[in-house]
Design a protein around this ligand. Structure first.
Ligand SMILES: Cc1ncc(COP(=O)(O)O)c(C=O)c1O
Length: 423
């Protein structure tokens, strides 16, 4: 029995999908203690958009530490925080003409979601929140209440209240537009729907199975929220920071959410960090009303400020958009080569996947096979039926090609085993 099995809690999970002890990582690759190299198509579940150990961020963080820079400071003023606030304004918000207050909750994705929910409830005086089928927003009780996954919800051990689940775009698959349905229910005094404080959504659902909504649907949701005085919250924890091909996932729709939840790659190199962007008119928490010891992680401020260099021009975004097309094309070929999985190509940007609509249980086997051959690849969806690609945005052409080859070989190996066992 190894040290993990002996001492670590049963709750550990990714270590089961990727049974290795990792010792080093750089760019789009990781190495284990046996010296085996892996291409990383998982990128810390979207926390490593800029890859592992980016030289610029590493240098900035090391210099800061060597200069005895402040590491912990609650939400006091630090040079590191000032630098990040300014850089984010100058590089991200101002060029997009976006006007938001920047709130720092605790350092995780679920913390930013909790802060947005609480604030939306405070400013509207209403309790209910509309969330969507297959949504994933985090593990603390408020975020779990708006998360669809039954297994995760059961883990709460208490009732999860105040959520109205509506079908996500495309969920019903029969042409029903769930934005129209939402509007109809809001306008109907007999629908039983209490007016919600907020509508919260992911523009590309990650954990829920790589479901991307259309920009038309997103615009309709924005309009409906505006008409009814409902706060629109976009959870960009996983789809943000360039993963969709633009810095924010909703940019192609030209909408302005009332609140935006950010974490994961915001910390630049995997450092814990979260931020809630709030339209100034909703910035209504009193001082310390939403508190926390680890709000604003100074090392993450340093790395995050340095990460802004990727957004000073269009190079990275264009690279992502170009390689996203390469991925889409290849996934289409894999789908066609293996009809036994009746797979569907899903998602956009560097957040795509193949949903197995037949032999769904083979998703995990495909990822295990890929791992044996040096590719870190995960599943998503309620039945782990989506083989999902979440590579770092800085992925080289060589790693992209090699990773896709390994993925296709994994499909081939599993398909062959299925044929043999059926014969
Ligand atoms: C969209 C979304 N929101 C929130 C979270 C929760 O983030 P964290 O695990 O950092 O709490 C996740 C995590 O995967 C996520 O994908």
């Amino acid at each position: 029995m190894n040290v993990f099995e002996q001492y670590e809690s049963n709750v550990r999970s990714y270590i089961r999908s990727f049974p290795a002890t990792f010792v080093r990582a750089k760019g789009d690759k990781m190495w284990d203690d046996q010296g085996k190299e892996y291409i990383d198509f998982f990128a810390g579940a979207g926390a490593l958009n800029y890859g592992h150990n980016d030289d610029g961020m590493k240098k900035a963080v090391i210099e800061y530490m060597q200069g005895d820079g402040i590491l912990h400071s609650l939400d006091m003023g630090t040079e590191a925080k000032a630098k990040f606030l300014q850089r984010f304004q100058d590089v991200i918000l101002k060029p997009r003409k976006m006007d938001y207050k920047m709130m720092f909750p605790g350092p995780t994705g679920t913390n930013t979601v909790e802060s947005a929910l609480k604030l939306a409830r405070k400013v509207t005086g209403r309790a209910k929140v509309v969330s969507f089928t297959r949504a994933f927003h985090g593990m603390t009780l408020g975020a779990l209440a708006i998360t669809g996954n039954a297994f995760k919800r059961k883990g709460a051990g208490v009732s999860l209240n105040e959520t109205i689940f509506m079908p996500y775009d495309g969920y019903t698959g029969n042409g029903i537009n769930s934005a129209d349905l939402l509007e109809q229910m809001l306008n109907d005094d007999g629908s039983g729907m209490d007016k919600p404080a907020a509508v919260i959504l992911e523009v590309i659902q990650g954990e829920g199975g790589i479901n991307a909504c259309s920009m038309e649907w997103l615009k309709r949701i924005r309009e409906i929220c505006t008409e009814h005085g409902i706060i629109m919250i976009v959870d960009d924890v996983q789809a943000g920071c360039g993963r969709s091909g633009t810095f924010f996932s909703f940019e192609p729709a030209g909408i302005v959410p009332d609140m935006i939840c950010m974490s994961k790659s915001l910390g630049g190199m995997g450092l814990p960090f979260a931020m809630t962007l709030v339209k100034p008119e909703y910035d209504k928490f009193g001082p310390g009303e939403h508190n926390g010891t680890f709000r604003g992680n100074n090392l993450a401020f340093i790395a995050a400020a340095e990460a802004m260099r990727f957004w000073e021009n269009d190079d990275l975004a264009q690279r992502v958009q170009h390689n996203a097309a390469v991925i889409k094309e290849r996934l289409g070929r894999i789908r066609d080569r293996f009809p036994q999985f009746a797979a569907k190509v899903k998602g956009r940007g560097f957040m795509q996947g193949l949903e197995l609509t037949v032999a769904k249980e083979k998703g995990e086997e495909i990822c295990a096979e890929a791992f044996k051959n040096g590719l870190i690849l995960e599943t998503a969806g309620p039945d782990d039926e989506v083989v999902k690609l979440l590579p770092p945005l800085i992925l080289t052409d060589e790693s992209l090609a090699k990773g896709l080859d390994i993925m296709e070989e994994a499909f081939a190996a599993v398909a062959e085993r299925m044929e043999k066992s059926a014969a």
